[in-house]
Ligand binder design. Sequence first.
Ligand SMILES: C=C(O[C@H]1C=CC=C(C(=O)O)[C@@H]1O)C(=O)O
Length: 484
Amino acid sequence: MSPQVSLSADQIIGDKQNNLLEDFLDELFSGTLPKFATFSFTVETIDPLAYLEINWQNDQFQYYWEHPADTFAIAAQGTVQTITGNGPERFQQIQTAVDTIENSIKEFSAVNHRYDGTIFLGGFSFFDVIANNNWKSFEPASFTIPKWAIIKDGKYSIVTLGVELSHWDDREQLYRYLLAQLKKIQNGDHIGTIDTKKTQISSSNLSELGTASLNNGEYHRWESSIREAKQLIADNEFDKIVLARQVSIPASKSIIPTELLNNFRKQYTNCYNFLVHQPENATFLGTTPERLGSISQQRLQTEALAGSMRRGQTATEDSLLEEHLAESSKNISEHNFVVKDIKERLRPLTRSINLNGRPEIKKLSNVQHLSTPIRAELKKDVHILDVIEQLHPTSAVGGYPWEKAAPYINKLETFDRGWYAGPVGWFNSSGTATFAVGIRSGLLTENNISFFAGCGIVADSNPKTEWEETNLKLKPMLSALPYD
Ligand SMILES: C=C(O[C@H]1C=CC=C(C(=O)O)[C@@H]1O)C(=O)O
């Protein structure tokens, strides 16, 4: 498919980028063509979320990522290549597939920036297999090189276009395609053509969400699971386990995922707001406060995030609750398992690890958490996938010690976690990456919406308090939905 439009290249990307592109294409087509190519340019563009919304197509891979406080966003669509993994070797399978692709790809960049180059977008499920049919569009590991990605960092935007070269044996055709794509992205055309028909969820379904009532069957199941977990802790089986709930409601029509993302970003500015849409109407999305790991130039930032408290109605109540959180021995012990665990796991991969002895308070609009930011310098050649494999699942979403707690999660929970609490994020061929933990999240399918929320259970946890905590954690997802 090649748009036959006459374009003035210098109007779109300027003389300099265009000359470099022409030279690159001449060289590319003068020899044996590699399998793939990616092209990175700087552009002036519209809001990436608006661009994705305008161009939304259910039958294509789509991806959105935004951290509003960092003024950083990625929107992407289409598939040049998808790599998947399954079972205990899934991280290694992805790494091998990435190595193969990197040997069969040529990259053009007029930018020379940490966000240029080939980008891989996706994530991993919590466990290394997925059994439930609701998750059938999501593999236990899956990353896609998109046809286009807009990466916005402050006022600066990079567009990376990806192509499989066997579709483009004609240099001129490819050149025109690239310019046409860039022009479309720069102009943000088609604004105003989006179908804004909204799906409303009947507010009567709210009661089915089980957010309030302590008398329903769901609460009784929860209470008995927490009691069982506490008994296992008392028997020294493990020290901590994270147990979660799934809340599901039927949805008759599909919801527009970009609208939920727009709601998240207005309220959860210091969270990672994400969506991964797999073709055929399955979207995993959320607004997570938890960074699993980001890397730039072999420097890693991660965090221990565990221990929660509601927000106060007034400033005074809020600061009292903050004090209570900072001093609560139950929350501190829950948090300290995570710090200890992350330090132990990072040791083999790092030259140095830096963190403060006392956690900070991370305030979100629905809840506040204990957070310990952790910085580390990675050993040479350690890849983000090595780090993610090593860190996942931290004891903020798994348990401590993990090997002991792991078998009990499926016994004590009543659903398949799928990608909930798994690593979700992106990495690129310039060695830059960010992964977040896929909590405060939900799965939208054609007929169903499911949300997930969990909390860390330690020796002195109380089932009712933990249930209320899961309700607070469900709030971002529930309040982003369009109700009638
Ligand atoms: C497991 C979740 O939260 C984790 C992250 C922060 C605080 C947590 C807590 O206080 O229990 C959890 O460890 C969730 O939101 O589903």
